[in-house]
Design a binder for this molecule. Structure first.
Ligand code: SAH
Ligand code: SF4
Length: 354
């Protein structure tokens, strides 16, 4: 049995046509699942009875079977979702309210664990357990909306895993999320964050409805970047920059660079000068991220020495970037005390016995 949400509209169309039904049946299924959020094939009243029964035999609708949630005082909610095969993933809901501007963002996971082992990231310490299917990605969103009784406005692929290492399923999920008929999200409100899987950045640029790209930079020197992010050994900063330029030229969507500030490591003037140059290549903005400690996992000597830059230093860095004309923001540490902030997702606080 497969989750129906793992299928693209074309795949559902092929399925119904093979069974001898007309093409428009696929759209009816699509509409029932994504617009009406129907959870039981038998309740899709627009379909003939035999097709409903056949669907029920071949597919299930919900990929998530259970959930535990933990709320932080700042409004952030961390979910632990249990998947059908027994594994689990975390997603983090981050509300943001500035008067007229209100955002309800879900940070979704794309893999259980991650193979890339960045030295500052708790998820990387788990290794890769498995890729998530498109349905498992979509259902993090649907479950969050259902459990909190809200409509999310933004989706960021910044939870567990490297989305571009699970390319096909992530792209299938993006196609569903940006589908023009069911209109779940505007593509401008979806961000895929990558540690820099260069060939896949080129591919992603060619999507029919491209989304925002965030690139985890963290250093403008190859040597340091390689120490922080082993994947940087595979593609140099120059190769990464070329891919980013291509992405911007093709999509016309400004790039976001993510930069964790580590005390005494990447918070110096040399880095700043080079970061300004890098960020100027194409229209972009820089998000400075406070380093969130991950002392709750086993660390080596280099990793133990990573320290967050202090608040003043982060503000100074931000101001200097701004004075050079670079758009720059400091990301909040929402959910820090529930280990729900960036990089802390590793089932640290919640036991799996749900
Ligand atoms: N794999 C993707 C997306 C998931 S990580 C990527 O690496 O971009 C999302 C963001 O959290 C990345 O920018 C990542 O560098 C950052 N991050 C990871 N661990 C962190 C930590 N301990 N403190 C702060 N940010 C962290
Ligand atoms: Fe994987 Fe991203 Fe964590 Fe690196 S920072 S280990 S790529 S999830």
């Amino acid at each position: 049995m497969q989750c129906i949400k793992d299928l693209t509209l074309e795949e559902i169309t092929n399925y119904v046509v093979e069974l001898g039904y007309e093409k428009f049946r696929a759209r009816q299924i699509w509409y029932a699942i994504y617009s009406q959020r129907i959870n039981d094939f038998e309740k899709i009243s627009t379909l003939p009875k035999e097709l409903r029964l056949r669907l029920k035999k071949d597919f299930y609708i919900n990929a998530i079977v259970d959930c535990k949630k933990e709320q932080s005082i700042d409004g952030t909610v961390k979910f632990l979702f249990l998947l059908r095969n027994g594994s689990a993933v975390e997603s983090v809901y981050i509300p943001w309210d500035r008067g007229l501007k209100e955002r309800k963002t879900l940070c979704v996971s794309s893999q259980v664990g991650c193979a890339l082992g960045c030295s500052f990231c708790a998820t990387g310490k788990l290794g890769l357990k498995r890729n998530l299917s498109a349905g498992e990605i979509i259902d993090q969103i649907f479950e969050c909306e259902k459990l909190l009784g809200i409509k999310l406005t933004n989706i960021v692929f910044m939870g567990m895993g490297e989305p571009l290492q699970n390319y096909k399923n992530v792209v299938n999920a993006l196609k569903i999320l940006t589908d023009e008929e069911i209109k779940l999200f505007s593509r401008k409100n979806i961000t895929v964050s990558t540690s820099g899987i260069v060939p896949k950045i080129y591919e992603l640029a060619n999507l029919e409805r491209p989304v925002k790209l965030a690139v985890s930079l963290h250093s403008t020197f190859d040597v340091l970047r390689e120490k922080l992010m082993p994947i940087a050994k595979r593609w140099s900063l120059k190769e990464l920059r070329d891919a980013v330029v291509f992405y911007y030229r093709k999509t016309k969507i400004p790039i976001t660079y993510e930069y964790i500030l580590f005390e005494g490591l990447n918070d110096n003037q040399d880095e700043l000068r080079r970061l300004v140059k890098f960020a100027r290549t194409v229209p972009s903005k820089v998000n400075l991220i406070p380093f969130h400690r991950i002392d709750f996992v086993k660390l080596n000597d280099f990793e133990r020495q990573l320290n967050p830059a202090n608040k003043e230093k982060i503000e100074e860095f931000r101001n200097m970037l701004r004075s050079e004309g670079i758009r720059c923001f400091v990301r909040s540490s929402s959910g820090y005390e529930i280990n729900g902030a960036c990089g802390q997702l590793a089932f640290a606080n919640i036991k799996l016995n749900i």
